[in-house]
Design a protein. Structure first.
Length: 326
């Protein structure tokens, strides 16, 4: 089957709990960890409320594409357990193909604990579990060759071997939102993949980490790394055709064909939960790129609107817009 979008990465259950007892600490001296959330060591922390939902970068992106009217499939690994069955049923309800979902008995289905603190920002504690077992064989490569877009998210386990196979695909365009393990590897490892990336999507902290990992920027000060134009320019040199950097409440910035773009945040009806907002923005941008005939401004606007909708509901998928809404 030919897909408009084939997403690759994680599918998880997200268990979210809210508390007002954390203390935000300004840590500007560390550019990669500028804000910290602290709790009294050894204390019992009161949870105000909690809920369970669906998450994982590839799962969130696939649901976003399907809701916006595209034929979408998710390539992820789950365990042979109840959590995995519930995730599969959610995909089916959302119109996402499960033909490429891999089921393993070697590990449980992945899950994340999401701690939501002051200002409804969150910290994610992720157990990759079955996601580490993701394998890419000739079957999956065949599906990728028949896809218009591959939307690549966080990978774990044998992630570098999987990247080598994914980036060997000739026909599909690749949008990439690298995960924590990929960011930690730095540009020395990743730049060969960036050369084949059609759109690179990162947040500001990830952009700083990537650029700082390049030796030629080691003597640059905080002012250089705080400038989005500098970060976009540096990342563009590695080869992606489009670079998008999200920056929380300050919106997002993009680079394409030598031009820079800025998109303010869209006004949300209410700010409930930022879980999945990065996935919503990145996948909506690529969806908008297709819907609006490669118009960067229109794609950024859709991404901002869908992110605002996502923030207004609990969970990483519940607030995502449907095509009739845009």
């Amino acid at each position: 089957m030919k897909y408009d979008f084939l997403t690759i990465g994680g599918a998880t259950e997200d268990i979210t709990f809210y508390t007002e007892e954390g203390v935000l600490i300004d840590n500007k001296k560390d550019l990669t960890k500028q804000n910290l959330l602290a709790f009294e060591y050894g204390a019992k922390i009161k949870v105000d409320r909690s809920f369970s939902g669906f998450g994982g970068g590839a799962a969130n992106a696939a649901v976003c594409f399907a809701r916006l009217g595209f034929k979408a499939a998710c390539l992820a690994a789950i365990g042979d357990d109840e959590r995995g069955r519930v995730i599969l049923n959610n995909f089916k309800r959302q119109g996402v193909s499960v033909a490429l979902i891999q089921k393993t008995k070697q590990a449980e289905t992945g899950f994340s604990f999401l701690l939501v603190g002051p200002d409804n920002e969150h910290i994610c504690f992720s157990n990759r579990a079955a996601n580490d077992q993701l394998k890419i064989t000739n079957y999956e490569l065949g599906a990728m060759e028949n896809a218009k877009w591959i939307y690549l998210t966080s990978l774990s386990g044998g992630w570098q071997a999987n990247l080598n196979k994914i980036f060997s695909v000739k026909n599909a365009q690749i949008a990439w939102n690298p995960g924590h393990r990929q960011i930690l590897a730095g540009v020395k490892v990743l730049k060969k993949y960036f050369k084949k990336t059609d759109c690179l999507i990162v947040n500001k902290d990830e952009a700083i980490e990537l650029v700082m990992s390049d030796e030629k920027y080691k003597n640059q000060g905080a002012a250089f790394f705080s400038n989005l134009t500098n970060l976009l320019s540096a990342l563009a040199v590695y080869g992606p055709k489009i670079v998008v950097i999200t920056n929380g409440r300050y919106g997002a910035d993009a680079w394409q064909a030598g031009r820079f773009y800025h998109q303010p945040i869209a006004k949300e009806r209410r700010r409930v939960d930022t879980t999945g907002v990065g996935d919503a923005f990145g996948s909506s941008f690529i969806a908008g790129w297709e819907l609006y005939d490669h118009d960067v401004k229109q794609a950024l606007k859709l991404a901002a609107e869908n992110s605002a909708a996502e923030i207004s509901r609990e969970g990483a998928q519940n607030g995502l817009l449907w095509k009739k809404d845009i």
